[in-house]
Ligand binder design. Structure first.
Ligand code: NAP
Length: 247
């Protein structure tokens, strides 16, 4: 893989993914990590000082009108090789959970961040993904060519929902799952694949301290899973260790 772009990399799983991709024996030539505020992203900045292949770009993903300019910044890094992997990782989970407490503002904001942003960012970066798929025409379908990975959650699975609640979060991730399935169909003729990934329940600001997995455990497995993605996985819902999940 020549290049990967990961969103939401100043903390949590995004930062863990950057660390794991940097450590991988075949670390990508360009790792583009996004965050909302470069000045405050201390750990990411110190990694970039140690690793010349790590590029940091600043974007608030709710600023959808800035995506075209953002895509130009990405192009100036990846150039004629295009972008091999787009990893839409950034997300939010509002506090309101039960039906009696749900707020329409939370539903809308969560939908914008968790669903609208990954769809629109994918749209803006499709030209770069197409370029990579064409540039690597002799490689098999997968991350060596062009691939979209959308960070979802088991909480977006309708079949696996046995506890109810979490209206904003569940609906935003179920919708992201639906969008990813469409991407996997629409972009197949361009040799671009798309999957949704559940990272496991992980100890981050979002996952909380009781989660069973550390960021490193989850991200190490995610990177292994990403590196082994192939055509047969297109349009599937996988968890961090590659196991297939129910929709
Ligand atoms: P986290 O620790 O809360 O980190 C979330 C990241 O998303 C932060 O970098 C945050 O940036 C960024 N972000 C949020 N809104 C943004 C926006 N508008 N523009 C740019 N960046 C934005 O969460 P996490 O646990 O690492 O979660 C990462 C992904 O995994 C999410 O999609 C989440 O739904 C999914 N997930 C997590 C778990 C878990 O157990 N942790 C389980 C299932 C799925 P700021 O620092 O600027 O806010």
């Amino acid at each position: 893989m020549n290049s990967i772009l990961i969103t939401g990399c100043n903390r949590g799983l995004g930062l863990g993914l950057v660390r794991s991709f940097l450590k991988h024996p075949s670390s990508p030539r360009h790792i583009i990590a996004t965050c909302r505020n470069i000045q405050q992203a201390e750990e990411l900045n110190s990694l970039a000082q140690e690793h010349a292949n790590l590029h940091i770009l600043q974007i608030d993903l709710k600023d959808i009108d800035k995506y075209e300019d953002f895509a130009r910044q990405v192009e100036s890094i990846v150039q004629d090789n295009g972008l091999n992997v787009l990893f839409n990782n950034a997300g939010i989970s509002p506090k309101s959970t039960r039906l009696g407490f749900v707020k329409s503002d939370d539903l809308v904001e969560t939908f914008v961040t968790n669903t609208v942003a990954p769809i629109m960012l994918t749209k803006a970066l499709v030209p770069q993904l197409k370029k990579a798929a064409e540039f690597n025409a002799s490689a098999p379908i997968g991350p060596q060519r062009a691939c979209i990975i959308n960070m979802s959650s088991i909480l977006g699975s309708i079949e696996a929902n046995s506890d109810g609640g979490l209206y904003a979060y569940r609906t935003s991730k179920s919708a992201l799952n639906a969008a990813t399935k469409s991407m996997s169909i629409d972009l197949k003729p361009n040799n671009i694949m798309a999957v949704v990934l559940h990272p496991g329940w992980v100890r981050t600001d979002m996952g909380g301290s009781k989660a069973p997995l550390s960021v490193e455990q989850s991200c190490t497995k995610i990177v292994q899973t990403v590196m082994t993605l192939s055509e047969q996985h297109n349009g599937s819902f996988l968890q961090y260790d590659g196991r297939q999940l129910q929709w």
